[in-house]
Design a protein around this ligand. Structure first.
Ligand code: WTA
Length: 654
């Protein structure tokens, strides 16, 4: 396995796919545009960003200042301008043909289809915005959204944006506990949820999780809960607190002014895992974020008015925010949405929907591609995929083998693949090929986009220019889509992203190398963050969940390579003396279930190994790199001289 992987990535350096001539002839960005953008970004970054922001966004009050660096690394963009994000995503498309164009086409797991034109979406968002106001929500209030992948989730997000409320979307696959943490941290006043969500024919009880999350009233500030009826699950509505979505809408007007908000007004908070402690509430701005989401959709996905665009990410992740909601809608695109399991009822579900809805741009994750590849090409071969013209991936490094399968079997050898490197914090794509310009190499995310100044630096922060030498991936200059901070924790923002190199660079937390052509190859996280099926999980979160179990005294979590998920979770657990005699199989199963319960099924460890001790340095730090090698069954080549007790290694290897 590792041998053929190594061989594959060697080969991939040779394999290179040129831009098809017919693609570049029609592309939004061709080589000449690209050269011009790069030159402008280099010589006068402020003029570059300013021109783009004026051209692509509708401003209530145009800005006069582009970048404010006075409180760096707390950068501000276009800070004396004002606009309304929902206006930019909806109202400005209501003139001309776009008015009656489909904005959203939704398909449910049972095959039901619902479509909203821009005019209809505008009306629904306005009504729901009025409903939020009627429930006492004002600008700056936080609103949590814990919803299935249904049009109402998008409506809820845009309604918040319309009235300046700050949304925080919590992935519907997260547990009650995870929801509770986010409600508490944001101080959300209102929660929007549904009775349930569909997943592989089963109804996930969202409202029940919400009730659990809200149980201890002194620990949160939620006053109202709006509940969408979706699965018809039997639920309880708490008098005075809960109301149905339809009832919240009753009597609401279908017009709601899109008031201007400052460019820097926080649009949303989205939680993501870091190396230590609880997930961080990443804060994004209104104008800068929207600009970058909008531009990258045009540049990287080459979006055209006639495209049917589908990003498979749930809106609970940043990919869903930037590339299902804000980026495409700001461009007036037709967005396809699907609620349900990817292989339900059969492994050709995605391909059937691409055919049925004529999807032309398709964006998904390597983990999904690997899973489909494993099911065999007979599933996609049953469908006419000729509507596709561009494919994208995000979430983790793409294995060259999966890249080739995606290219040939799904793209018919005709669609450029955009391997997009970016993060929750970056707001939008950072390193990605431009389909009309950049030839692609399987496994590489190609080159930084115009305006993005990526560098690879060594431990001392010195740029590494030598090809193939790995180092820290950093950004040398701010960009409009960057995060504005961590909710309620300025110190953690500086500590997590800037402090390592004295605030000189934004530190992404990934390692990368560059080949002789300048192409970037992202190698993975440098910290204790796992990437499971393209989702970031902090080892600290999972360890805390394990230690919260009565049988566990201590836990250490590491990632091991996994064919489909990219990384699987392996937990080493030391039991409390009182549980030393417990049946290990039963306990292992109950610990796995316990983590899923506390965080969500995506965090369920694949492997739980019960051990007497954990390897620690003399200063008491758990040596995760050693555990990683043990979990992977590798030979221990590393220095274990700092280990407190070398006998632990033999013990663990057993
Ligand atoms: C990883 C998802 C290699 C990376 C948008 C990053 C990737 C983390 C790629 C961010 C890619 C994302 N190639 N690695 N194309 N895209 N990653 O915040 O480790 O959920 O730091 O944002 O995913 O994950 P996040």
């Amino acid at each position: 396995m590792s041998h053929s992987n190594a061989l594959d990535s060697l080969l991939s350096e040779i394999r290179r796919f040129a831009v098809p001539a017919d693609f570049s002839a029609q592309a939004n960005i061709n080589s000449a545009d690209y050269a011009q953008l790069c030159a402008q970004a280099e010589t006068d970054p402020e003029a570059f960003w300013s021109a783009l922001a004026r051209q692509h966004l509708s401003w209530h009050q145009p800005f006069t200042e582009v970048l404010d660096e006075r409180r760096a690394p707390f950068y501000r963009w276009f800070a004396d301008g004002s606009l309304n994000v929902a206006h930019n995503c909806l109202d400005r498309h209501l003139h001309g043909a776009t008015r009656h164009k489909a904005a959203l086409i939704w398909e449910g797991e049972d095959g039901a289809v619902r479509t909203f034109t821009y005019a209809q979406l505008h009306r629904e968002v306005s009504r729901f915005a009025n409903a939020l106001r009627h429930q006492g929500i004002e600008a700056d209030d936080r609103v949590a959204i814990y919803m299935p992948m249904v049009p109402e989730a998008v409506i809820a997000m845009l309604a918040c944006a319309r009235i300046g409320a700050i949304h925080t979307v919590v992935f519907g696959g997260f547990s009650a506990e995870a929801l509770k943490d986010r409600l508490e941290d944001t101080g959300a006043k209102l929660l929007i949820t549904a009775d349930g969500a569909w997943r592989a024919g089963k109804a996930v009880p969202l409202k029940r999780h919400a009730d659990q999350a809200l149980l201890r009233e002194h620990e949160h500030q939620v006053e109202k809960v709006i509940v969408l009826r979706h699965t018809n699950a039997d639920i309880d509505l708490q008098e005075g607190r809960d109301l149905w979505w339809e009832d919240a809408l009753a009597g609401m007007e279908s017009s709601c002014p899109a008031l201007p908000f400052n460019a820097e007004h926080p649009l949303f908070i989205l939680y993501t895992s870091g190396s230590t402690g609880k997930p961080k509430g990443v804060v994004h701005s209104s104008a800068g974020y929207l600009l970058w989401a909008l531009l990258t959709v045009r540049w990287v996905f080459d979006l055209k008015p006639e495209d049917v665009y589908w990003c498979t990410a749930d809106i609970g992740w940043i990919t869903g925010h930037s590339y299902t909601v804000y980026g495409p809608l700001a461009n007036g695109a037709t967005v396809f949405l699907y609620e349900g399991a990817p292989m339900h009822p059969h492994p050709d579900r995605f391909w059937a929907m691409i055919e049925r809805h004529g999807v032309s741009i398709f964006y998904t994750a390597p983990t999904a591609i690997r899973a489909f590849m494993k099911m065999g090409q007979e599933w996609p071969e049953r469908h006419d995929l000729s509507s596709l013209r561009l494919l994208g991936t995000v979430g983790e490094p793409m294995n060259p083998e999966a890249w080739m399968w995606y290219y040939e079997t799904i793209g018919g050898g005709r669609c450029p693949i955009a391997d997009t490197w970016w993060q929750t914090e970056t707001g939008g794509h950072m390193i990605a090929p431009l389909p009309g310009v950049t030839s692609t190499k399987p496994g590489s995310c190609a080159l930084p986009l115009p305006g993005i100044h990526a560098r690879i630096v060594d431990e001392a922060g010195q740029p590494i220019d030598k090809p193939e030498a790995g180092g820290y991936l950093v950004m040398e200059k701010p960009w409009p889509g960057m995060l504005r901070g961590i909710w309620g924790d300025d110190a953690r923002y500086v500590e997590s992203y800037w402090a390592k190199f004295g605030n000189r660079y934004y530190v992404a937390g990934d390692s990368a190398r560059r080949d002789a052509d300048g192409y970037y190859w992202v190698m993975g996280r440098i910290d204790d963050v796992l990437n499971v099926s393209g989702h970031r999980l902090g080892t600290a979160e999972i360890e805390s969940a394990l230690v919260a179990h009565p049988a566990v005294a201590e836990a250490a979590v590491v990632g091991i390579p996994h064919e489909i998920k990219g990384e699987a979770i392996c937990a080493f657990v030391v039991l409390r003396a009182s549980h030393a005699g417990d049946d290990r199989d039963t306990l292992g199963a109950s610990l796995r279930a316990h983590v899923a319960e506390l965080i969500g099924p995506i965090a369920r460890p694949d492997d739980v190994r019960i051990t007497d001790t954990l390897p620690k340095t003399r200063s008491g730090k758990i040596m995760r790199r050693l555990l990683r090698a043990i979990a992977r069954g590798e030979e221990i080549a590393q220095d274990i001289s700092t280990l407190e007790d070398e006998g632990v290694v033999r013990e663990l290897q057993k």
